[in-house]
Write a protein that binds this ligand. Structure first.
Ligand code: FPP
Length: 240
């Protein structure tokens, strides 16, 4: 790939879309697509590690995904287990640190336990941060930040005039990422041209890359193409 280190995004965010359609094309049940999707995520994590990307945020389950058929939701809840089961040694070897954003408390107990174990095991790792958005919704995140700030005002820990963008950043679920909270590049697979409630605040100045490729077909080479496209763009942050 013809890109220099400073044209590699520091924070990459991905909407991994198209698993269901990928399976349907093969006359297979939708969950088969999710299984392939998990395998593809492992490849992409390794590529991000090689490229020295600092944060990879992936949209694994949205607050709207509960409306799917019960069997599919149950399957999606087991994805963390199938991801970590055999991939943990490689994550540890490569110093990948797992973090999570979203309402984890509302997930089934086994899913929560699986996530807690992964967070605990990888907490001291110093490499790529793999940030998993699980039961996550951007509007829900913003509402909770507003509630949390309002509580500080009600407790007289904070004055209304002290509320600024930095404070909002701190109260969002990505607050722990500090300067790295805003993705430089957001990729969505499968040809859909929407944000679908993903990182609404954080994506304000991000570059977007949309591809027709379905997530189970999104190889490391496809990721390289997205990064090459990003590397050619000039980010202006509203300036000329
Ligand atoms: C969207 O495809 C994909 C999902 C809802 C799940 C994506 C999750 C993974 C690939 C892995 C998650 C990994 C961990 C570690 C939790 P879709 O079903 O909406 O596809 P469609 O639009 O074709 O129906």
């Amino acid at each position: 790939m013809q890109v220099t280190p400073n044209s590699i995004p520091k924070h990459l965010a991905i909407i991994m879309d198209g698993n269901g359609r990928w399976a349907k094309k093969r006359m297979m049940p939708r969950v088969y697509g999710h299984r392939k999707g998990v395998e593809r995520l492992k490849e992409i994590v390794m590529r991000c590690h090689q490229l020295k990307i600092k944060v990879l945020t992936v949209y694994a389950f949205s607050t709207e995904n509960w409306a799917r058929p019960k069997d599919e939701v149950n399957y999606l809840m087991k994805l963390p287990e199938s991801f970590f089961k055999d991939f943990m040694p490689q994550l540890m070897e490569n110093q990948v640190k797992i973090t999570v954003i979203g309402q984890v408390e509302a997930l089934p107990a086994e899913t929560q336990a699986m996530m807690r174990e992964a967070l605990e095991k990888t907490k001291d790792n110093q490499g790529l941060i793999l940030n998993i958005a699980l039961n996550y919704g951007g509007r829900d995140e913003i509402l909770r930040a507003v509630q949390s700030i309002s509580r500080c005002v009600a407790n007289q820990e904070l004055k209304v005039d002290e509320i600024d963008q930095t404070l909002m950043d701190q109260h969002l679920m990505t607050g722990f990422l500090g300067d790295l909270a805003q993705p430089d590049l957001m990729i969505r697979t499968s040809g859909e041209l929407r944000l679908s409630n993903f990182l609404l605040w954080q994506l304000a100045y991000s570059e977007f890359y949309f591809t027709e490729v379905l997530w189970p077909d999104f190889t490391a080479e496809e990721l390289d193409k997205a990064i090459e496209s990003y590397a050619k763009r000039q980010r202006r942050y509203g300036k000329v």
